[in-house]
Design a protein around this ligand. Structure first.
Ligand code: NAI
Length: 285
């Protein structure tokens, strides 16, 4: 069921790679709700992924860009306004990559060139997008910008590695830029902190399946899936959230407020129950 929540609005969505991508689901939902959209991803992602299919499905232009390049971003914001016929109302930053995670470098053995890349791609690109948009005056008053983040920005999660630092910075940029852009242009900037989700980026995180199972067992509402996240993004782009800005909004089924759940406790207790090995020796988990 659609509600025309984004009727007449124009948006740019960065980071849809394939059908699993959160950005993909957001683009589909936003189009269903009446928005016209421009899609952007790297030239490499356009070759490796299936963005053409999405572009055709929702009749959206694709503008190739490396989100770390200010020049590329200028092109995206300029061309998107030309192709969509006016200023932009909403932007989704759904971009992340850690070469340290990819190359299995642990947090106490980081490659610092890789770390710079992690931060540039996953956090500073957000600042670049906002600065470019503001200098070009590309976003309408009361426009809405959302970036996707993860709770490892605030609490330590095994295996999340230098992406945790990138997410902390991303959330900080939303606050710092949110003040300036809000004061001057009434543009609102928020981050949505999403449950672990099985996407290409998600699957790169160590033991993502176990992490997803743990989060699911801890969350009273269960994990939020990508479609749920898309619904939340649409609401954040809509006029119903005009006074929400500079927030990190948890969208995680309640996970971030939990300490221990019955389901997680039961799972944990299973591992503590003594059992006998094949030689009859009692083993305590
Ligand atoms: P995804 O792999 O589908 O999306 C990541 C995107 O980043 C890809 O489209 C990739 O091409 C793009 N990207 C990488 N380097 C880029 C660059 N230099 N310039 C432009 N784009 C670039 O995975 P997913 O999960 O949909 O990720 C989207 C966002 O959601 C990311 O910020 C991720 O950290 C965040 N998130 C994901 C969670 C998960 O468990 N999957 C949980 C919470 C947040």
């Amino acid at each position: 069921m659609t509600h025309n929540l984004l009727k007449g609005k124009r948006g740019i969505i960065f980071g849809a790679l394939n059908e699993e991508s959160i950005a993909w689901k957001v683009a589909v939902k936003a189009a269903e709700e009446g928005a016209t959209i421009a899609l952007s991803n790297t030239a490499m992602a356009l070759r490796m992924g299936t963005l053409d299919k999405l572009a055709e499905q929702i009749n959206a232009p694709i503008i190739a860009a490396d989100a770390t390049s200010v020049e590329d971003l200028e092109k995206v914001f300029t061309e998107a306004q030309e192709k969509l016929g006016g200023k932009i109302d909403f932007v989704l930053h759904s971009v992340a990559m850690s070469p340290n995670v990819r190359k299995h470098r642990t947090y106490d053995d980081l490659d610092y060139n890789f770390l710079n890349k992690t931060l540039d791609i996953s956090a500073i690109s957000f600042h670049k997008m906002l600065q470019v948009a503001k200098k070009l005056d590309a976003i309408n008053e009361w426009g809405s910008v959302v970036a996707l983040t993860y709770v490892a920005s605030q609490r330590t999660f095994f295996g999340y590695n230098d992406m945790a630092d990138a997410k902390s910075m991303l959330e900080s940029i939303a606050r710092s830029f949110g003040y300036i852009y809000g004061r001057e242009k009434h543009v609102r900037i928020n981050t949505i902190s999403q449950s672990p989700t099985a996407t290409t980026a998600g699957k790169g995180i160590k033991d993502i399946d176990n992490m997803m199972d743990f989060a699911d067992k801890m969350s009273p509402l269960g994990n939020a899936v990508a479609e749920d996240c898309a619904n939340y993004c649409v609401m954040m782009f809509s006029d119903f959230t005009r006074k929400v800005t500079m927030q990190n909004l948890f969208h995680d089924g309640g996970f971030s407020s939990m300490g221990m759940s019955l389901r997680a406790m039961n799972q944990y207790a299973k591992d503590l129950t003594p059992y006998e090995d094949e030689n009859g020796k009692v083993i305590y988990g």
